[in-house]
Design a protein around this ligand. Structure first.
Ligand code: SF4
Ligand code: SF4
Length: 378
């Protein structure tokens, strides 16, 4: 594996903060989003900046636990904790927060968060059917109106189509970068891949991040990789979202001499195959079609996740699969049964880990990952 410098991506957050701070005085609007189900195209079409607010660090969790139950997913507690303690500048800058009724914990947390900021909660259908699709289209129209009202702008169809093209280009390029790891040896380490995919969500300028991705892709295509890197076991990570600050499993895999070649979670590949088509004159309908296909475990049933995972195992030539569930995430926890079945059918080692954002279980995680890696040698 080559030493790829992803510092430029690691710095996206701090650069975006400076730019937003400058432009806020000139009236720039920011919309905070917590989930991939939020159609960020509408935010872009409003001339605002969408920023990902999903909490990935442990620091604000104790404060959150003063309000929320301790037995709740760390992602929800961290997200709320940052808001409550006013320690996330992106939250502070947000003129509007968009949430969705994905899982029970999140939707109830958003009710409480409304005390801190204006929060718009989208009612997400949990299955794909003609009836629920109509509801979802209406929900996206309702979001459009709410953004227009809060930001005092008019969102035109033409602006939405432009934003659709921009997001399509960004996703296409991100997928191309991720797909380079189908090669053996993979050109980019798991932790660097996460830095690229996760940090991109904070960019204040999508055209700029697209250029950075193009440069990275060209570099990855041309680097020389040490052949011994091909000996490392190739791990596919699936399950709950991971970000910088909650990347301990990716780091441990690396420390134990293996490499995460792909991530089928929201911070990775989950939405990268989904494009918004121009198969309808109404941009809201095509956005609804794209977003209802996201294979999150909150969808029931959720066959596309298993289809995607099956293809990823083959395409990325995985030697083993790790399924990471954050504590108290019932939907991913239960869906792990289906994931295990699929991985076993492929004849590969499978490891289901349940954890939180603390480092207290790192030793036991290490032992279990090590044991799984031993199985890849058999
Ligand atoms: S895992 Fe589901 S709820 Fe969480 S960010 Fe992804 S789509 Fe949203
Ligand atoms: S990880 Fe699970 S419980 Fe936590 S916010 Fe996502 S879907 Fe909800």
């Amino acid at each position: 594996m080559a030493d790829i410098n992803v510092d430029q991506f690691a710095n996206i957050r701090s650069v975006a903060l400076e730019k937003i701070l400058d432009k806020k005085k000139e009236g720039l609007k920011v919309v905070g989003i917590y989930c991939t189900f939020c159609p960020q195209e509408l935010v872009l079409a409003a001339g605002a900046i969408p920023v990902g607010l999903c909490g990935t660090r442990e620091d604000p969790i104790p404060a959150a636990e003063e309000v929320l139950p301790r037995n709740l997913c760390p992602l929800i507690k961290s997200s709320y904790g940052f808001a409550l303690t006013d320690t996330c500048p992106f939250f502070a800058f947000s003129d509007l927060i968009v949430g969705e009724t994905t899982c029970d914990g999140k939707k109830k947390m958003f009710e409480i968060m409304q005390d801190l900021k204006p929060v718009h909660v989208m009612q997400l259908p949990h299955q794909k059917s003609p009836f629920s699709f109509d509801l979802w289209v209406k929900e996206i129209r309702r979001l459009r109106s709410r953004i227009e009202e809060v930001l005092e702008v008019t969102i035109t169809d033409e602006d939405i189509w432009k934003a659709i093209d921009l997001v399509n280009r960004e996703k296409e390029l991100l997928k191309e970068i991720c797909d380079l790891n189908q090669m053996s040896p993979p050109p980019i380490r798991g932790i660097d891949l996460l830095t690229v995919t996760w940090s991109s969500g904070f960019s204040h300028d999508k055209e700029e991040v697209i250029q950075m991705m193009e440069a990275l892709k060209n570099k990855l295509e041309s680097i020389k990789i040490e052949p011994e890197a091909a000996q490392k076991p190739r791990i596919l990570l699936t399950g709950c979202p991971v970000g910088l600050g909650s990347e301990k499993v990716i780091r441990l895999v690396d420390e134990l001499g293996a490499t995460v070649v792909a991530m089928e979670n929201c911070s990775g590949y989950k939405t990268l195959e989904l494009r918004t088509d121009r198969n309808n004159d109404d941009p809201i309908v095509v956005l609804a079609e794209k977003y209802v296909n996201i294979p999150c475990s909150c969808m029931s049933p959720n066959p596309y996740r298993m289809e995607l995972l099956g293809r990823m195992i083959d395409d990325f030539k995985a030697d083993a699969v790790i399924d990471l569930t954050w504590q108290a995430c019932h939907t991913y926890n239960i869906e792990s049964y289906e994931v295990k079945k699929l991985v076993k059918e492929k004849g590969l080692p499978f490891l289901h880990l349940e954890s939180d954002y603390s480092s207290s279980d790192e030793e036991s995680l290490k032992v279990r990952i090590e044991a799984m890696l031993e199985m890849t040698k058999q």
